[in-house]
Design a protein around this ligand. Structure first.
Ligand SMILES: C[S@@+](CC[C@H](N)C(=O)[O-])C[C@H]1O[C@@H](n2cnc3c(N)ncnc32)[C@H](O)[C@@H]1O
Length: 394
């Protein structure tokens, strides 16, 4: 694409310069306004498809390469529809759906979602698990995780989920199956006094005060590392009946190799440059804010450090034989292939895997074989980078 055509794209200068500095071709965003919206139909709701189409007054096109996904024109609003309000459909980009599919979730898996909020991928993972396994969602941003909790409740998907406000680079809790093995022999009656009861949003004042106090002290660096804040847990998440010490039990050294998660998703914080819908929000907030808060070179250097730390900690919590998907909605090499390369250099037990299902996916290979890149022009989706790793025993 020649320079004139690039400069006529409806993109802010700061963003266009960022793309050029990172060797990205701005022409991939040319189809911007025609990229469809995607929804995922909750399993079991297929019979309602015609009613849903009637409600939103448009035909839903089945996405041939991704089960349960449908596309619709970008201008169609679904938020007011009954199907959306009743949780029969939820919005999730098809590339995000592919990242979750790459995890190959199977019945009974214990899954860790290390950057979970606002929670579209978490919902899909829970959908895929049905009445088995568990999901642990972690996010450092309390308000975003609160939105995630609301989403789980709306779609009635939270039964096997627990949510923690925590830093994913240091989060250390393993899936609850380990606690359930040890709890009968190790817990004293005294500990059981503070056993978790069924979760309710209407917690007594005394309990809320205690939680707020714990949060306050967690903010004070002088008082050392605090337990992550448990923000939500479903009835079958394994939390109900545990004492605090059982919930916050961590494992030592190599134990995690056997007791860790079966699957881990690290959908890392990034510059979001693959998602023009996200970038365009800065039209209202001011392009200067985009430059300062998102595209700033110093901040992106910090981001790549954070991404590597998140990937490393997610992998640490994976059991041997388990698999991890790393994704970002950035298309820069620095936040993707470079992070993957660094990670592989530092982790001899990590193997970069091919993604079988991807043979039919409308995406390109990344700069490292086996990694994938979705972009708006090639894929008719938001931009997304996906890499999958296995944990070997060494
Ligand atoms: C790309 S978004 C995740 C989107 C989410 N997976 C979904 O599908 O809706 C990245 C998330 O990482 C979170 N985050 C940033 N730094 C983090 C950290 N150190 N630990 C855990 N989460 C972090 C952000 O708050 C943000 O919610």
């Amino acid at each position: 694409m020649d320079e004139e055509a690039v400069s006529s794209l409806p993109l802010p200068d700061a963003f266009r310069n960022f793309l050029i500095e990172n060797g990205l071709d701005p022409s991939i965003y040319i189809t911007n306004d025609s990229i469809p919206r995607y929804i995922r139909l909750k399993p079991g709701c297929e019979a309602h498809l015609e009613d849903i189409e009637g409600e939103i007054k448009c035909k839903l096109e089945k996405v041939a390469w991704l089960p349960c996904f449908y596309s619709l024109p970008p201008q169609i609003q679904i938020a007011r529809s009954k199907a959306y309000q009743e949780g029969k459909i939820y919005g999730i980009d098809a590339a995000s759906g592919a990242a979750v599919s790459a995890l190959n979730i199977t019945s009974g898996d214990h899954v860790l979602d290390l950057c979970a909020a606002p929670g579209a991928k978490l919902c899909m993972i829970l959908d895929l698990l049905g009445n088995s396994g568990s999901v642990t969602g972690v996010d450092v941003a309390r308000h975003r995780l609160a939105a995630c909790r609301t989403m789980l409740q709306k779609y009635a998907l939270g039964d096997r989920c627990r949510l923690f406000v925590a830093d994913g680079t240091t989060f250390s809790l393993i899936p609850i199956r380990v606690h359930s093995v040890s709890k009968s022999c190790e817990s004293s009656l005294e500990e059981k006094v503070d056993a978790y009861k069924e979760w309710t949003s209407r917690r007594p004042w005394k309990e809320r005060k205690k939680a707020a106090k714990a949060r306050e002290s967690a903010a004070s660096p002088l008082l050392g590392i605090q337990n992550p804040e448990l923000m939500f847990y479903g009835r079958h998440s394994g939390v109900v009946g545990l004492s605090r010490s059982e919930l916050y039990q961590t494992v030592l050294g190599n134990e995690v190799l056997h007791c860790g998660y079966d699957k881990v998703l690290v959908d890392a914080e990034c510059t979001h440059d693959g998602s023009i819908r996200h970038i365009k929000k800065f039209e209202n907030w001011g392009w200067k804010t985009l430059q300062r808060r998102v595209l700033n070179a110093e901040r992106t250097d910090d981001l790549t450090i954070l991404q590597l730390l998140l990937l490393t900690n997610g992998f640490r919590l994976l059991k041997v034989g388990g698999s991890l998907v790393y994704s970002t909605c950035s298309l820069t090499v620095a936040q993707n292939e470079d992070v993957v390369e660094q990670f592989l250099l530092q982790n001899a037990s990590a193997e970069l895997l091919g993604i079988d299902a991807a043979k039919n996916w409308p995406c390109k290979s990344g700069q490292i074989p086996n990694t994938l890149r979705f972009d708006p022009l090639t894929s008719q989706t938001s931009g997304l980078f996906v890499a999958k790793f296995a944990k070997l025993s060494i």
